[in-house]
Design a protein. Sequence first.
Length: 288
Amino acid sequence: MKKVLITGSTGLIGYEVISQLLGKWAVYAVSRRPNEYLSTHTEQIICDLSQSFDTSPFPERVDAVIHLAQSEHFRNFPEKVEDIFTVNTLATLKLLEYARKAGAKNFILASSGGVYGYGDEEFSEEKQLTIRDDLGFYLSSKLCSELIADNYSSFMNIVSLRFFFVYGPRQNETMLIPRLIKNIKNGNAITLQGSSGIMINPTYVSDAAEAVVRSLDLTESCKINVGGPEVLRLRQICDIIGDWVDRKPIFEVNEGVDARNLFGSTRVMRALLCEPKVRFKEGIRSFI
């Protein structure tokens, strides 16, 4: 049975990826602290990627590495800048070196659709990325990790997955969709940029995880957007959530601000990995 090492194994996408791999791959799950599910179903490895870590507990040989971990302090710039940089860049480099020495054929890197910046067009993988001063530190470190990983493409297949607004059960409540649900339930106003708010294509966690699992079969390096099947305005998203929680959303409209739209083409995802299946009405029903 092939071996795969996964970081971020207790995260939203990591849990779902592991559930889809069990019985098909020998899974080595890296996490910061002991977890009963992981210790029962996988070979769990306790390792904090935000600190200096030793790869000696990792398997000597591995067929693939899936790097899903992200700093839990990703919003706390500059207070937690070292934590963000260490997990997103230094840990990525160390894992790439481990993967090279362990004979891995594929390295799957969790990046973000946010590396494109913002705009009114559908972002595609063919777009030439430029250094922007409005990315912020977290997204800049994600872009940096992609560049670091690209240098290892002569040793293994480097697959950078650019996720767009993944949501689902067990998600950290500081993320966009859980925040919207909480605010609508509590009757708090949602601020819209323009009359209808930003446009995004939210991705349900099972679709995101399937894309990760299918990436293990790729035989060349590539960058792939991972997005949901529909592009929605924030007002539409809130109205759908409101229907399920039986609360009408309250909006504050900021007409003087241009919407910072961020939605990605899924053409390459559909061609190389899988078709995103879960529409937002279905996904949010499962979530709520």
